[in-house]
Design a protein around this ligand. Sequence first.
Ligand SMILES: Nc1nc2c(ncn2[C@@H]2O[C@H](COP(=O)(O)OP(=O)(O)OP(=O)(O)O)[C@@H](O)[C@H]2O)c(=O)[nH]1
Ligand SMILES: [Mg+2]
Length: 481
Amino acid sequence: MSDPSYLDSARNAALAFGDSLLGLAKPRLRLGVTGLSRSGKTVFTTALIQNLIEGAKLPVLKASAQGRIARVRLAPQPDADVPRFPYEAHRAAMTGEERRWPDSTRRISELRVEIDYERAAGWFKGPATLTLDIVDYPGEWLLDLALMGQDYKAWSAQAVADARKPHRRASARAWLDDLPSHDPEGLPDELRAEAASELFKVYLAKLRADPEAVAVTPPGRFLMPGDLEGSPALTFAPLDLGHDRAPRPGTLAGLMEERFEAYKRVVVAPFFRDHFARLDRQIVLVDVLAALDAGAPALADLETALGQALAAFSVGRNSWLSSLFAPRIEKVLFAATKADHVHHSSHDRLAAVMRQLVSRAAARAQGAGAQVEAMALAAVRATQEVRIRQGREDLPAIVGVPEAGEEIDGQVFDGVAEAAIFPGELPERAEAIFDPKVHWQVRAPRFRPPLVEPDAGGRLKPPPQIRLDRALEFLIGDRLA
Ligand SMILES: Nc1nc2c(ncn2[C@@H]2O[C@H](COP(=O)(O)OP(=O)(O)OP(=O)(O)O)[C@@H](O)[C@H]2O)c(=O)[nH]1
Ligand SMILES: [Mg+2]
């Protein structure tokens, strides 16, 4: 087991104590928004804030339906060392002239909103304010938490076995071919470590670049190194260690092991301590439709990744970490995003697939303490529904404006013309997704964000959404009661 002493427990305890002291004065909630790259984190976070601030109708969020939300406003950024979530820029991109999706992001960011509301009833009836801190961070960092409970030997064995799986072999070939040339018992040569690490990173990058890619293999920072690029903590790779040997000091394997431990110390532990352990609620966004479209092996990879994500929520509860941090995540929502890419008759099926993907892991994580839910949503609904007659049949279709350059059935779109498509069928029984004989083709084109007409008073409303209110009721509803 790793040495916990590097985790700055005193500082964390002070933070937690400060939080709870302040919490007495003013109720606060930290909501984490995460998901792998392109899963929809930035769009979700922007839409969530916009819907709250601009007073959108959110019927399933009880406080909103009962007219108890008086005012929602942005408040100054609470943490001096975390970049502010650039809400205004993202909102302008999506709803302004350009109507384009926000740029891809690669780091953590945060925004504070204050919600003035009326308490529902009881002793404390009356006005109150909930301070909601929303923290958007890459899902790759969450998956890294799984490394905390692993040693270099186990991680190496797993990584080599994964790379040899049929659907990964092509991406991994150069690295796998090179692997036997590194003798784990050989000298701890710096250049050799660098060369092995480079090839391993190329393999990870190929996995990610694959249009079918849905899951990733830690270490997450290998693909988004930031200012740690080139440092020893990011210069290591798995080796083929064989079954019986543990890495020994003074060997190449020993050097790799040291660096693996350094990665945990320098990258993973600070993330856990400074960000993850301070979250109260968490939403994990998943592009389930892309995974379905990619096929059964990709779905199996995704299930594994989600299992690791779920394990992260219990990591502090049943390990040495719990004595230091007692993570307080009480609710975890796994949400399938981009539900506007399928007809509403499929929304429940999409939610069922999401539930299926986390169910085995959730069963294992029983007792972890957090309440886990799955649903399907679209933070921004870019399509409308129509029924199209084809012969005798009346088929459910979706209509939207594909982005310029999108191609459907040989037709290239210009970003102005609309297209109607029949989204593929989703499985009636969610278990069927793992059947390798069936391929659920549900790929939709990238639609532009919807055009939102101003209301009678000339005011812009937030774009339409699907089940965003349901997600909010689960995530924060009880704190607005
Ligand atoms: N139709 C539709 N598309 C969405 C929605 N949310 C996200 N998308 C699409 O998914 C893409 C990625 O969304 P982002 O919110 O940028 O995803 P992210 O997780 O922040 O991605 P990274 O910053 O690259 O990690 C967008 O550019 C859109 O094309 C949605 O609610 N509806
Ligand atoms: Mg983003």
